[in-house]
Design a protein around this ligand. Structure first.
Ligand SMILES: [Zn+2]
Length: 430
């Protein structure tokens, strides 16, 4: 099998947004960028360093790019699905050729000068690195930062994986811009994308206030859809050391090759099994896989906390009618991610999306955008579970990982014509 089927949703995104009719040209542009990930022993021996490096490698590879990891081996810390093995190199090699066909994630450095090099953590690891662009990658508990070399991005040897994953998503987006730039000359919609694909000198994104604690005993939750956003949600939670709790995941679909561009827990041996099966992990966060749609009758037994990764707008209305205490929705639109949090007494998800604007056919997607949406939902879940979120006001955020400074954050307001007829909308109506 060639990579075209596996990358079909990313190809669709570029074809649609850039107005390009030649899929082969898009596949070539996705495979062309070469990226090398560099770190020293101190960073590869740290949990956050391992999370940042491996997440970047997998996200970039799921978009078809050529990825090299030029970093010393170290014992793998914790369980970092879908990888397996006891050392960092073993873990990377366990998934290296299982993302997208045609290339692998290689240990070592490329023969030719790579397009981009990321230096994770300590800047001294970047001395002597050759690349057309060199970027310093840093993170804190809840934020990620990229800076053009030689400006250093600060990093922390923290047990919180969220900032490291944020940095990884930003790095994967920056590599993807190279494919975008390659395609601009044959694009019919190039004018608007010149700025979108422009390299950034400095990128920063924060998922939650820096003093937000990690909660390791989480309350029961339901995940609606086992798609890309939900994959990212669990990928993030599974990296919290010692996390315990129980949840359920509902989805009637089976994993397929076109999911490989974005479902971060998916490896080919899970195809064509039910998508929910990839949510069963050997950790103390027990997820019950339910291989069918969540239905109206399930509202009665719905958990107080609901994570929604389903694209279907009427399905979100139905869930809002169940008035869960807390519900978070993660979604994507082209190169933008969005996530929202809704409280039972405040504006619901149907207030935010009162119109069914679903388009028919496959949805265009790309790895780092879907991942970012699910990551933000996981961070919001931690905010809620740790009792740190005292605002109790429904809120949303909309951003593109290419230029996260332009993120729009706002409150969600009740709409009198709410299709779910939530409490807040009825008060507004009165
Ligand atoms: Zn509502």
């Amino acid at each position: 099998m060639n990579s075209g089927e596996q990358l079909s949703r990313t190809i669709l995104l570029l074809a649609t947004d850039l107005g390009i009719g030649n899929n082969d040209a898009i596949v070539r542009a996705l495979h062309q960028p070469t990226v090398v990930l560099v770190a020293d022993t101190e960073v590869t021996s740290s949990f956050a360093g391992q999370v940042a490096l491996t997440t970047t490698a997998m996200l970039a590879r799921r978009s078809g790019h050529q990825v090299f990891v030029d970093a010393p081996d170290a014992p793998l810390i914790g369980f970092q699905p879908p990888m397996s093995g006891s050392s960092l190199h073993e873990a990377i090699l366990s998934v290296a050729d299982k993302m997208i066909n045609g290339d692998t994630i290689a240990i070592g450095c490329p023969l030719l000068v790579p397009d981009i090099a990321f230096v994770f953590g300590n800047g001294t690891a970047g001395v002597g690195v050759r690349a057309k662009r060199i970027i310093s990658v840093g993170w804190s508990n809840w934020s990620g930062t990229l800076n053009n070399w030689p400006i250093q991005s600060p990093w922390e040897d923290c047990t919180n994986p969220f900032g490291a994953m944020t940095a990884a998503a930003l790095a994967a987006a920056e590599v993807f811009k190279i494919s975008g730039q390659i395609l601009l000359p044959i694009s019919n919609g190039a004018a608007g994308f010149r700025d979108v694909f422009a390299p950034s000198n400095n990128l920063h994104f924060r998922l939650a206030p820096e003093d937000t604690p990690l909660c390791i005993n989480v309350q029961p939750f339901d995940i609606i859809s086992a798609g890309a956003v939900s994959n990212a949600f669990l990928y993030a939670l599974a990296r919290i050391d010692g996390i315990t709790g129980a949840g359920r995941v509902f989805d009637s679909d089976r994993s397929d090759h076109p999911n490989r561009n974005r479902n971060v827990l998916l490896l080919p041996d899970a195809i064509p099994h039910p998508k929910v099966d990839t949510f069963v992990l050997p950790i103390d966060l027990n997820i019950e896989p339910i291989p069918r749609h969540f239905e109206e009758a399930d509202l009665r037994s719905m958990a107080n906390h609901v994570i929604v990764g389903v694209d279907d707008v009427p399905a979100r209305w139905m869930l809002a009618r169940g008035k869960p205490y807390w519900m978070a929705v993660g979604a994507t639109s082209h190169f933008s991610a969005m996530s929202s949090v809704h409280y039972g007494h405040a504006a619901c998800a149907a207030c935010l999306h009162p119109k069914d604007e679903d388009a028919d056919g496959p949805t265009p997607t790309v790895a780092f955008v879907s991942f970012f949406a699910g990551l933000q939902v996981a961070a919001d879940f931690m905010l809620e579970m740790s009792g740190s979120d005292i605002s109790l006001v429904s809120r949303q955020i909309y951003w593109t990982p290419f230029h996260p400074k332009t993120a729009v954050r706002s409150q969600v307001y009740p709409t009198p014509k709410c299709p779910a007829g939530c409490n807040a909308s009825q008060i507004k109506r009165a």
